[in-house]
Design a protein around this ligand. Structure first.
Ligand code: FNR
Length: 374
């Protein structure tokens, strides 16, 4: 009974389990503008739908009687072992879902040693998040028009103990977001994404005045950078000793260029269908990217991962790990830190069950699992 389930959302008795229930629960908790911002995709939402549909079109052909009693789901990324093949994707402006935002998310992830990728436009600064949660953390960078701001943020991330830098390359300008236009909703203008900027000395120095309006205008001026190119990537690589990943790679030739430019890892992603509508789904792009880099760097993936069997499909097609986006945001909206923890626990357990029932007992053997289009 859907009504009974919805009434119990967020209570001790029942917490939504499926993605569909989570989305419904979040819709009840959030303002229409905020929910629309999280849920929607760009343009006609073709790619948003395609991300999920593409997973459904792939089928696992499992093995049996292969003794999966000693399941090992750990992975090794850049020399560190993580217990699960999962990360939390960078999601900005999380205060629109919950007041504790990034702090709640990072604490929930730390319980499971799942890395969080903190957004440039986070609601709490990278130092505040580092102080609140001791788990593994990476920092996502939106390139700034004023590149000294970018370098300053990367340096702060290094000093605060972040272990990798993720440069998002599919967002040189905002996608065509019709839902937000309809709702006249701009979380940046509401100030939800200013924490890393208002604590950055280089950014603040670049402003004429440092009142709240000037800070927000400064962010809007900085965040669009259509001139971004491989020279910036090469310069950034020189400026940091941390592993540098590019997020938003879909074309195998870009993957090769990334490797040629010394990039340490790739995230195959279409930004959850929020940037260019009509692009290939991430899971359909993945095998081509994996083939083109030929094992030289780890290839991660996000966009459309909703359950454990999706994780299995991605890893079987060569992903080193997967990032989850909207599911944890909905968990946060429904139940704060506890809600994120529930979502992660379910992901972890369903992933374990799905790997085991595929007849595989270790992540490193997943690439031998047969996946067909059927
Ligand atoms: C995002 N995403 C994102 N990516 C990024 O690099 N920096 C950011 O600040 C944000 N912010 C953001 C906000 C919201 C509300 C969403 C839903 C997404 C994209 C995110 O990292 C990831 O690529 C997608 O969310 C993955 O797709 P799924 O799992 O949501 O389908």
């Amino acid at each position: 009974n859907v009504d009974a389930i919805l009434q119990n959302i967020g209570s001790e008795e029942y917490f939504p389990i499926s993605y569909e229930e989570l989305e419904q629960g979040a819709k009840q908790k959030m303002s229409a503008g905020a929910f629309g911002y999280v849920r929607s995709g760009a343009g006609g939402e073709e790619t948003l739908r395609k991300n999920e549909d593409s997973f459904k079109k792939l089928s696992i052909v499992p093995r049996v009687l292969s003794d999966v009693a000693g399941l090992d789901t750990s992975i090794n990324l850049f020399g560190r072992i993580y217990p699960h093949p999962l990360l939390l994707a960078p999601v900005g402006m999380l205060k629109m879902a919950d007041e504790q935002a990034d702090l709640a998310v990072a604490k929930a992830a730390a319980e499971h040693q799942i890395p969080v990728v903190l957004s440039t436009v986070a609601s709490y600064s990278m130092e505040e998040v580092a102080a609140a949660a001791k788990g593994p953390k990476w920092f996502q960078l939106y390139w700034s028009n004023n590149e000294e701001v970018s370098f300053s943020m990367v340096k702060r991330a290094e000093e605060a103990g972040y272990e990798a830098i993720v440069l998002t390359v599919d967002t040189v300008m905002m996608g065509w977001r019709q839902e937000d236009m309809r709702n006249r909703f701009s979380p940046l203008k509401l100030g939800y994404g200013k924490a890393n900027y208002e604590t950055d000395p280089v950014f603040l120095n670049s402003l004429g005045s440092q009142d709240s309006d000037s800070i927000i205008q400064g962010i809007l001026d900085n965040i669009h950078h259509p001139g971004l190119n491989w020279k910036h990537v090469a310069e950034l690589k020189k400026r940091t000793s941390l592993p540098l990943l590019l997020k938003g790679i879909l074309h195998p030739e870009d993957a090769k260029l990334a490797v040629a430019n010394g990039i340490d890892g790739l995230i195959v992603s279409n930004h959850g269908g929020r940037q260019l509508d009509g692009v290939i789904s991430a899971i359909d792009a993945l095998p081509h990217v994996v083939e083109s880099v030929n094992g030289s760097v780890p290839v991660l993936i996000d966009s459309g991962i909703r359950r454990g069997s999706d994780v299995v499909k991605a890893l079987a097609l060569g992903a080193a790990a997967v990032l989850i986006g909207r599911p944890f945001v909905y968990g946060l909206a429904v139940g704060g830190q506890n809600g994120v923890e529930k979502v992660l626990e379910n992901f972890i357990q369903e992933t374990k069950v799905s790997i085991s029932l595929s007849g595989v007992s270790s992540i490193k053997d997943l690439p031998s699992l047969k996946i067909v289009r059927a």
